[in-house]
Write a new protein. Structure first.
Length: 254
């Protein structure tokens, strides 16, 4: 008899009742999955997570790349960017992008920003992502182009503007800059960013080849309902975890 098919790789076990330990572990995996997907952006990207509705969040020490993150580089800060754990911990001053979105959106528990190559190229044309493939339909009516400010986001002002522009959506194309996702889970934020980069690549290729023939709004909405939910994100996450386990087995036991 065939037993249950394992979908998740073996990982270091944490106390099931310790929500913070589980969150930190999943965040650690997310840093390395984004690196694996080719969106590390050197030291300019940021990825944070929090418990639902919390007024603190977890981040990685500034000036370390995603592929370098270890558990000791993940710390907690409040919405004034005061570090609440560790000593002499550098926090990225642009993380007020995250604090302002978290403040405006209690439903959001994870925010990811990268300088993904194809999204950044599309943003340099002043264009938002247009859904042209079935796989990209989870982005249907989900992406916002932010072109109000194209300078470095210091202070709370730029982050507050992004939060207003995002409204209740999950994905943002940042003009001349990159992408941002804000989601109800870490897997959703990571998978949405991957979908954005892949759809931007397809869009640039299609535009170079000729006139676009996008799918119907009805078809895209129906496909989005199938792809844009925690069950679908969970399935995608287990696939990414299996890939990470093959590439970086050491991360599974950190």
């Amino acid at each position: 008899m065939i037993g249950k098919i394992p979908r998740m790789p073996h990982i270091r076990q944490v106390d099931p009742g310790d929500e913070i330990a589980a969150l930190r572990q999943q965040l650690l995996f997310a840093f390395h999955i984004v690196e694996m997907l080719g969106q590390p952006s050197g030291m300019g990207s940021h990825l944070t997570a929090r418990k639902p509705g919390a007024d603190t969040f977890f981040f990685h020490v500034h000036n370390f790349g995603f592929g370098e993150v270890t558990p000791d580089l993940i710390h907690e800060a409040d919405f004034e960017l005061n570090v609440l754990s560790g000593e002499n911990v550098d926090v990225n001053p642009t993380l007020h992008i995250h604090t302002q979105i978290y403040s405006a959106r209690p439903d959001i528990t994870c925010i990811l920003h990268t300088h993904a190559k194809h999204v950044t190229a599309l943003s340099a044309l002043g264009q938002n992502i247009e859904v042209i493939t079935q796989s990209g339909a989870r982005l249907h009516n989900e992406c916002v182009l932010f072109d109000e400010d194209d300078g470095v986001s210091l202070g709370k002002g730029p982050g507050a503007a992004m939060a207003r522009a995002l409204e209740q959506k999950s994905c943002m194309v940042l003009k001349n800059h990159g992408l941002l996702t804000a989601a109800a889970s870490i897997p959703a934020a990571v998978i949405l960013a991957d979908t954005m980069e892949k759809e931007a690549e397809m869009l640039l290729m299609a535009k170079a080849a000729g006139a676009l023939v996008p799918p119907s709004a009805e078809g895209s909405q129906r496909t989005k309902e199938y792809l844009f939910n925690e069950k679908a994100f969970g399935r995608g996450w287990t696939y990414l975890m299996r890939r990470l386990a093959l590439r970086r087995p050491d991360i599974m036991n950190m």
